[in-house]
Design a protein around this ligand. Structure first.
Ligand SMILES: [Zn+2]
Length: 337
């Protein structure tokens, strides 16, 4: 083989390897760890241990949240990366999850709404408890002070809810990174921008995989509870890969009901990929392809819940690994207490 051709081939292989290995990370979201607590948001300690055992047996890199975000910033996310998070700082995290996390030496980040702690709600951990367990295994971050629907507040109020929570966390537990989880995963484009200007990375509650194309102020997490936490579903989620699309920020607040989501793939899809690209919404979706690199997705029915999701998947070509992308839409006309 002549040298020029050989060099060209090597360059091509390296290019392929670099795109094939672009890292990503699956972030999981838990709430309660209990056999008895609210079924809709609980995972039993037995099932949670099976999750950790699977991650250990299959050599996943379970990173601290802040470590994952540092890798994301530097473009050095590894393959098979998982981050564990839990929202609301319930007692059952300390009682049932913490001992298992210690046993498997895996870290978890917990998002705390600080007012329930200050009011000493019995379902929640105390500040003292959080001081006792924070460290290499357990970290605590911002979930606003009052767990309000941020969309019901004005700009100044949003700022106060986030800043107050950060101040309380730092007074009680020490200095920490600016990392936020929106209550109910609800935000608007204006809030994403505001939070960015305040210097926060932020998580929603829509499923999907963190990658370099993710919006840093609306990062996805896979909810872990009910049937989604069962081992078969858990395995699918932790093995998921980011949908190969161009970076895109969708306003979660829609003006037309049902809204249309347009995805631009990073390269043309082959027939197999195109035929196996699927999206789900309550009542089904209509998909309109423009060539083989762009698709418009619209639900068949108006979105009449407060929070509605479009979930899209496509086989990646790697066994058991699906590309995943999802959007949470919020219907502001539906009020919630
Ligand atoms: Zn919450």
């Amino acid at each position: 083989m002549n040298v020029v051709l050989y060099r060209g081939l090597i360059a091509l292989l390296l290019l392929f390897a670099s795109t094939a290995n672009a890292g990503s990370c699956v972030v999981l979201m838990y709430h309660h760890f209990s056999d008895t607590k609210p079924k809709s948001t609980s995972v039993s300690p037995e099932l949670f241990e099976q999750h950790l055992q699977y991650l250990q047996d299959n050599h996943f890199k379970v990173l601290k949240l802040k470590t994952m975000l540092a890798h994301l910033k530097e473009g050095t996310l590894p393959n098979k990366c998982v981050v564990l998070t839990a929202d609301d700082a319930y007692q059952s995290i300390a009682e049932n999850a913490y001992p298992l996390l210690e046993k498997y030496q895996m870290p978890m980040s917990v998002f705390v709404a600080t007012e329930p702690m200050d009011k000493k709600y019995p379902a929640m951990m105390s500040w003292q408890k959080m001081r006792d367990i924070q460290g290499e295994i357990m970290q605590f971050y911002n979930h606003t002070s009052t767990h309000s629907h941020l969309l019901d507040l004005n700009k100044e109020q949003v700022k106060v809810k986030i800043t107050q929570a950060q101040n309380r966390l730092e007074q009680q537990l020490g200095k920490r990174e600016k990392i936020l989880a929106y209550p109910y995963g609800e935000a608007s484009l204006a809030i994403l921008n505001q939070v960015k200007n305040m210097g926060y990375s932020a998580f929603g509650q829509h499923s999907g995989v963190v990658s370099e194309t993710s919006n840093r102020q609306n990062l996805p997490r896979f909810p872990m509870a009910t049937r989604y936490a069962k081992m078969s579903s858990f395995k699918t989620k932790v093995n998921a890969l980011p949908m190969p699309i161009k970076a895109k920020t969708t306003n979660p607040i829609f003006t037309q009901n049902p809204p249309t989501l347009t995805l631009e793939f990073s390269k043309p899809l082959n027939k197999y990929q195109q035929n196996n690209f699927n999206c789900f919404a309550s009542g089904g979706v209509n998909m309109t392809w423009e060539g083989n690199q762009s698709v418009a997705i619209t639900a068949n029915n108006p979105l009449d819940y407060r929070r509605n999701k479009y979930n899209c998947t496509m086989p990646s070509g790697q066994k058991g690994r699906y590309y995943w992308y999802s959007v949470q839409w919020v219907n502001l006309k539906i009020k919630e207490q």
